[in-house]
Design a protein around this ligand. Structure first.
Ligand code: NAI
Length: 765
């Protein structure tokens, strides 16, 4: 057969190499050695470490390992630059962001080549995905800068943001962090990952070219210790981190009690669900993208294939065939599908996990395809079948080109398997039945759900997870809001400590009340409940007199309450109108008994009857306000530049702790019982609030925790919540005037009660 006929029959590609020369020339122009970029200047290289090309093992450059003193210098520069930068108009800041976007585009090929050499990802991906999305992020946020005042009235930037990013999308993660931070008016100190610092350093040149004021963007290189120094620096106002769950937990604990803003974008083990009516060929192509994009080193990689049993054999056979046509090779070859993993340590980690998968009974398949000769961090695409949900490879994030497959019979089973993970980042659903797909999407606890598509990203659409995938969103309006703080919140003063009990005579009303022995019980799962401990605690009035007794709640009561609350999760999918009706009804019934509640308040606090009456009236009004919100605080349709729409939806969480005036809260169960509130939606446990708060913070069944109280307990709550990385709100001993309607009758708590979930649906195709 002649050569042309041969190519036609094999459909083989020849090599199409991109030249490394321009990137090598740029590195040479820097002497192959880099310092930090601080206050608009390059520092002299200090103690250095090598940054290697993972495809060849050859050194690309020497990078400075930042010390705590370097970090301090960078934070000081960012602090000094903050007043002038944040005082610029949004339009002025937007113009800088626009200039950065244009410059990234102008130098896009250099960025792509350098990224592929440094990280090992195929040039096809760096050129067509990473770098264009970087430019898109800066354009998108240039727009936000200008519209900030209109869209976020009363909000102000945090100040200095410390940003720590991973190695899997080095420049793209930089853009995700820096673009919104600058748009909001913050200044930044960013630390790239030690394996991949080069494009961040090239970006520093773009910052110079765009003539950003010195100190607005500082790039500091180094290892984990450098990151830790940034996290622990007292003058940093917010930390944004993307990386492993393990480090995310360390950062959560380190920032507890500091009042620093925090967003964590961590690992995942995302399900890729294929129903028997799916377009199989498309689902296979999607899967190639889901798990072999970037060698599988993607936090939202579709790494758990869940396939409906009736099509399992056919699908797996087709998948194996497709795997054998994937090309693993030189990242700079434009015809290569899978490049090199980032470093030998990652190759070893992935190999270990695959070995474990085999040892636990999985069947490992690798297609018989060539790997590049001469070493380098290359691995074949791998599929592990005969896996059960408890296997290590089904639960641990592998972060490599390894797919594990399991089957399911019914949609319910698919949902169960999909949610059987400590993570909650992303999910993919393939089905030609739109009813089925849209029924499954809300049932999966994941921050992003793709229907009949996968790995869609855009600056206009938020991205982020639940559970151990972290909290906070990047992209979209919610991502923009994460770099802003209410102005008043920056000016809060410490709350006065509770006045000591005054001597005084019990009031008439109190005597009346006390005439009947009322036993205030707890309220769990729609029923009054006695405390597990069998103990009661006495509640004293301001004069030291006894005004009642409440149950001494313990760990077991909290467990029961959480169980009841989780059984009532259907509340979140109750029609918004229905939820509003119940909240209105609660308000109405509370008002009906307003006088009784006011007297009870007065007995406990010693305030005047008029003031207690005002408080009850304000509570009724607040119930009405949030009833009003129930059917209005909803999603938005975003407009990413592909033919899909993303429906953003919030999930409500209900929690009720109490200690200060427990009797008013325990009285409330009578109101709850008469207001059609479904059992388990509101549970009341009384007792020592600090120890109950600790139990709640540690409880994995609680997704979010609000604590109003002193600074020490607030710190403890934040520290103890690292286990399942629940989102917390704490008042840290500061005085929040909750009667302030302008501040608290809207967005402020609604945002803390929800995390946006983005569902990508094909549209208009
Ligand atoms: P890592 O979480 O250690 O590194 C991410 C960034 O955090 C780097 O810039 C690193 O220098 C910095 N860092 C490390 N320790 C720190 C500390 N104590 N305080 C502050 N910053 C610190 O991730 P690593 O070790 O590179 O990868 C290990 C595994 O983590 C991977 O195999 C993968 O499973 C997971 N990972 C997940 C990512 C994601 O996007 N979800 C990204 C990178 C890694």
């Amino acid at each position: 057969m002649n050569k042309i006929a041969e190519i036609f029959s094999s459909l083989d590609y020849g090599p199409a190499p991109e030249s490394p020369e321009p990137a090598l020339a740029w590195l040479a122009s820097k002497g192959g050695k880099f310092g930090h970029f601080i206050n608009g200047k390059w520092t002299k290289p200090g103690r250095v470490f090598a940054s290697d090309n993972p495809a060849t093992g050859r050194k690309l450059a020497d990078i400075t390992d930042g010390t705590a003193a370097d970090v301090d210098k960078a934070v000081k520069a960012a602090r000094a630059a903050f007043p002038a930068w944040s005082a610029l108009s949004g339009y002025e800041r937007g113009k800088y962001l626009y200039a950065i976007a244009r410059l990234v585009q102008k130098h896009s090929r250099l960025f792509s080549v350098l990224e592929s050499m440094d990280n090992g990802k195929p040039i096809r991906e760096s050129r067509d995905i990473d770098i264009p999305l970087v430019a898109r992020h800066f354009y998108h946020h240039a727009g936000w800068a200008q519209h900030l005042e209109r869209e976020f009235p009363g909000m102000t930037p945090y100040g200095v943001c410390g940003q720590i990013i991973p190695w899997n999308f080095p420049l793209l993660m930089l853009a995700w962090k820096i673009a919104p931070a600058l748009a909001a008016g913050n200044t930044v100190v960013l630390k790239p990952a030690e394996f991949t610092s080069l494009t961040a350093l090239l970006f520093a040149e773009i910052v110079e070219k765009a003539k950003l004021p010195p100190g607005v963007v500082n790039i500091i290189t180094g290892m984990g210790d450098t990151g830790a120094a940034l996290v622990n620096h007292a003058d940093v106002d917010k930390i944004a981190f993307t990386g492993s769950t393990e480090v995310g937990k360390i950062i959560r604990a380190a920032t507890a009690g500091t009042g620093k803003g925090l967003s964590l974008e961590l690992g995942g083990k995302s399900p890729y669900i294929v129903f028997d009516d799916a377009d199989v060929d498309s689902a296979i192509e999607g899967l190639v993208d889901a798990i072999w994009f970037n060698q599988g080193q993607v936090c939202c990689a579709g790494s758990r294939l869940l396939i409906q049993e009736s099509i399992e054999d056919r699908f797996i056979a087709k998948l194996k065939k497709r795997m054998s046509s994937l090309r693993v090779g030189d990242p700079l070859d434009k015809a290569v599908d899978i490049g090199a993993l980032v470093a030998p340590v990652q190759v070893a980690r992935v190999r270990d996990l695959v070995k474990k998968g085999a040892a636990e009974g999985g069947q490992v398949y690798e297609p018989d395809i060539d790997l590049p000769k001469g070493g380098g961090c290359f691995l074949r695409p791998t599929l592990i079948t005969h896996v059960s949900p408890s296997h290590t490879v089904a639960t641990e994030e592998i972060f490599g080109p390894v797919l594990v497959a399991m089957s399911f019979r019914t949609p319910e089973e698919a949902v169960q398997l999909a949610n059987n993970t400590k993570y909650g980042l992303a999910a993919t659903i393939w089905s030609e039945n739109i009813n089925l797909a849209l029924d499954i999407a809300p049932k999966i606890k994941a921050g992003v759900v793709w229907i009949n598509g996968t790995n869609n990203f855009d600056a206009a659409v938020g991205f982020g997870g639940y559970k151990e995938s972290g909290f906070g969103r990047e992209g979209g309006k919610e991502g923009m809001g994460a770099y802003l703080k209410a102005k008043w919140e920056k000016e809060l003063k410490p709350a006065a400590t509770a006045a000591p009990a005054k001597a005084g005579t019990p009031s008439r009303e109190l005597d009346d009340h006390d005439g009947i022995d009322q036993t205030a019980k707890m309220y769990i799962g729609g029923k009054q409940a006695r405390p597990d401990s069998g103990y009661s605690r006495t509640i004293h009035g301001p004069g030291g007199e006894m005004v009642g007794e409440v149950g001494e709640g313990n760990r077991k009561d909290i467990r029961n309450a959480v169980e009841a609350a989780r059984a009532a999760l259907g509340w979140g999918t109750t029609a918004a109108h229905g939820r509003a009706q119940i909240l209105y009804f609660l308000g109405e019934n509370l008002e009906y008994r307003a006088d009784e509640f006011a007297r009870r308040l007065r007995a406990q606090t010693g305030e005047s009857l008029a003031s207690a009456q005002k408080e009850v009236a304000a509570s009724v009004e607040r119930l009405f306000a949030f009833a009003g919100w129930a059917d209005k605080y909803d999603g938005a349709v975003h407009n990413p530049p592909s033919r899909t729409i993303a429906i953003a939806m919030g999930n409500p969480v209900v929690l009720v702790p109490s200690e200060r005036s427990p009797l008013s809260v325990t009285d409330l169960y009578q109101v709850i019982e008469t207001s059609d509130v479904p059992a388990g939606v509101i549970n009341i446990v009384t007792g020592a609030s600090a120890s109950l708060a600790k139990t709640m913070a540690e409880h994995d069944g609680i997704d979010a925790l609000w604590f109003a109280g002193d600074a020490a307990t607030s710190t403890m709550v934040e520290k103890a919540s690292t286990g399942n990385l629940k989102q917390t709100w704490t008042s840290r001993g500061l005085y929040y005037d909750l009667s302030d309607k302008a501040k608290f009758e809207g967005d402020y708590f609604l945002r803390r009660a929800t995390q946006v979930k983005n569902v990508w649906v094909p549209y208009g195709a």
